[in-house]
Design a protein around this ligand. Sequence first.
Ligand code: HEM
Length: 474
Amino acid sequence: MHPAQPAITSAQWWGSPAAWSDVKGWRVRTIEDVPTAPGALPGVGHLHRLAGQRLRFLESLPGVGPLVRIRLGTAPVYVVTDPVLVHQVQSSKGRSFGRGKQFERMIPLLGHGVITSDGELYHRQRRVIQQAFTPAHIERHAASIRRRTRELCADWTPGRPVDVLEVMKALSVAVTAETLFSNRMPDGVLAQLHRVLPVIERAAVERPMLPKVVDRLPLPFVRRGDEAVARMRALVGEAVAACRERSPEGDGDVVACLLAAHDPDTGRPLADELICDEVIAMLIGGVANVPTTLSWAWYHLALRPGAERRMLAEIAESAEPGDAVPTSTDPQALPYTRAVMYETMRLHSVQLVTQRTTAAVELGDVMLPSGTDTAYSQHSLHTDPHFCHRPEAFSPERWLPDSGWKPPRHAFVPFGGGRFKCVGDNFALAEMLATLVAVGSSWRLTLQPDARVRTSVREPIPGPRGLMLIPKPI
Ligand code: HEM
């Protein structure tokens, strides 16, 4: 049982207004008054802390204030740590915020798809993509995810350790490709995508932290990233051309929606270049976070046999003839398995999401000028001890209806919020649930005794490297 923690407000954090209002009365604080996080080095700022102890550094920020200045090199970024203010950035004041640094720096890698674009283009793209994520589409995909997961697990030998992160990545590439292309992807493309995507994903995480000039330097990691991007563009171009030629109407998948879309101004179909950018955005979005989240779920379950037993029992009880385990459409189904998923997302979430102000805007009590780089960290919101009792503990029970705990409004936002909210959120939940059910109905996964699990920072949600788990048939 976890007692609900009282939510703290911005006013409490800043102290009473009288403490900083001057004799003329209420005063809006200026950006100079915002505290800087400790540990900045000249020229480097906080980059060394983000490289070395990223999670600990992000967890420390709410203790500094509701708005905290960090420096990427010499460039300041204002991190919003108060959930109420994060919500304002995403919704009520969202018009004054556009995509930030991180996304601009991804354009040379990912192009102008829905992950990086903004303005009118963004809204058009998003409307088209959303057509492929209706509940009916998602439910259909969930069935094929269970089938694919079973196929993948069929290669497992009882007692022989498997690298779970690698397995979950392979599964996620296959599932995302199917959402995009149904079964129209040319032979061999999937295997090649599986090789290049991790390199691009890593570049998309690392490069936004570094100055632009790095993109032009003859460094091995820059060359590797650029080569992978060129390869992916060629592969995606080939796959889209094959769909256009053979069956453009597809099966209601993302590529079919893109091929059917028309520019509302000119009436022309979307340019091939833009369709490729869109497919790339969805590929990256689709494979980035699901495998790391699922791998951490298996890791925590392996460490907490009581939780694992409870989840496997629930899955066994819910199994119906014909494999029809309820997934996305029934929020009441599989409450404990869902709790495992939410608790894993709470403990392992995206680290920083950036925005830039497009007009002067008052946030809390601070006036941010137009062009200010801001960010928020899901990780620091989700692990803030003010909102969550024993935030470091893996405790699915806290999510059950009888626990008496509920995350305060806006304090649990694994998929972001507002107009840039993850377009694949419901799909991701269905995919993760379907995978937990498919694996958990046949296998138990125990930790290899000498496994040395390290948290890597190669993915937007840091993944567990070296997570070798031993499958045992149920
Ligand atoms: C555990 C799973 C996932 C998590 C935690 C996650 C989280 C996020 C977050 C935090 C954002 C940024 C929101 C912002 O800018 O405010 C995002 C954006 C996005 N995600 Fe996801 N995501 C997940 C799975 C997926 C999947 C499965 C897909 C595709 C099938 C996907 C596609 C996208 C796309 C296209 C965007 C850009 C959306 C936009 O800006 O309109 N994501 N996701």
